[in-house]
Design a protein around this ligand. Sequence first.
Ligand code: FAD
Length: 422
Amino acid sequence: MDLHYSDAEQRYRMEVRELLARLLGPDWHGFGALSEGERATFRSEWRATLLEHGLLAPGWPAEYGGGGLTLIEQSIVTEELAEAGAPQFPTANDANGMVLLGPTLMHYGSAAQKAFFLPRTLSGEITWAQGYSEPEAGSDLFNVRTRAVRQGDSWIINGQKIWQTAGLSANWLFALVRTDPALPGGKGLSFMLLPIDQPGVTVRGIKNMAGETEFAEVFLTDAVASDEHVVGGIGNGAQVALGLLGFERGAGGLAAAAAARIEVERLIELARATGGARDRGLRRRIARCRADVHVLRCLALRSLSAGVSGDPPGPESSVTKMFMSLYRQRVTELALDLLGRSALSLDGPGAVAALGPQPRGLDAASATAWVDDALHARPGTVYGGSLQIQRNTLAERVLGLPREPRQLPVHKEPRQEERNAV
Ligand SMILES: Cc1cc2nc3c(=O)[nH]c(=O)nc-3n(C[C@H](O)[C@H](O)[C@H](O)COP(=O)(O)OP(=O)(O)OC[C@H]3O[C@@H](n4cnc5c(N)ncnc54)[C@H](O)[C@@H]3O)c2cc1C
């Protein structure tokens, strides 16, 4: 494992840095420094700029409108964006389209599906939500109950999906549905694309504890999906769905570590402002966060190195998911302790990025932003595979420990003769 960048890669980093500095202009202090009014305009202009320079989907092949970059170059681009405090995914649905569905279609989609959906996803005409989870099927993905029944060259879909991130701003759903109820578990599932803007689909926002409607639930009542929009063939949904989850772990690890480091810098500023920097216990906790960021960076380098060697994403990515989600809770709880009672009076601007560290520019002393961050850090141990599921994956697939019994033995009352025998 060589963790050094080549001269050509270092030069590429400098080129990206200079390009971003030029595109963002001399008055740029980070997305966090923009006023609420300025943010919406910036997001749409920045999306167009990234698209124009092949940086919106840096890893997609150029024939689909992407940047055609290598894994290392992609990683450099995303890291430099984080360093510059500029959003990598300007709109709420972009990650679903760029990181999840796009690569899945490139891998499993038909030529017609790629030709139709990929350019429209890049242009922003089609905005995606991920329809995997259901009230009875979150961790146990293959327990999906939403049914799809063939009718001519379409599928009629009935059921409910829940927790769709950016569901209210999406106009298409990629969903895992049951096409053969006679087959158990993962067998009999199919992966379908369907427009949200049709009479059979109702989307209702769900307010999270930070008071935002960042996710939604989707009700499907005789909703229609075209047979042409089944990805990977009928009955192959489990394979496509798991393939998609593999793409979720892309080239963004170093960018996530850079964003976490920037957050610790903000934390240190807060500690200075509140006087917490003089408290020995708090100082130790800040130092631990700084060390954790280093661990995150090492984990990211390791997975980048494995990706460059051509290794598919393996169960080891559970270490990063676990570590990151617990770390986010730790660092934001520390911020609340530094704020003390000020955390109760929400002063200052709110967070501008959901579910992750704030971009450069946001006021380090803003109680509102840190409280938002702390609330957004809570679900980190749930979404994308809960902490317990990650621990099971690590125990069984990395450490080779015995499998957890999946079905608890049914407790039977002893029969009368058994009781008598005791
Ligand atoms: C902020 C956020 C955004 C999300 N975005 C999306 C989205 O865009 N699209 C989408 O489809 N879904 C999304 N989800 C849903 C998310 O993927 C599920 O919440 C997650 O998979 C857990 O499923 P569940 O909520 O049904 O909990 P359950 O699966 O019911 O789990 C409940 C508890 O039991 C534990 N548990 C379950 N099975 C086991 C086991 N075998 N061993 C040990 N412990 C176990 C879990 O770890 C958890 O603690 C999102 C969730 C959140 C919080």
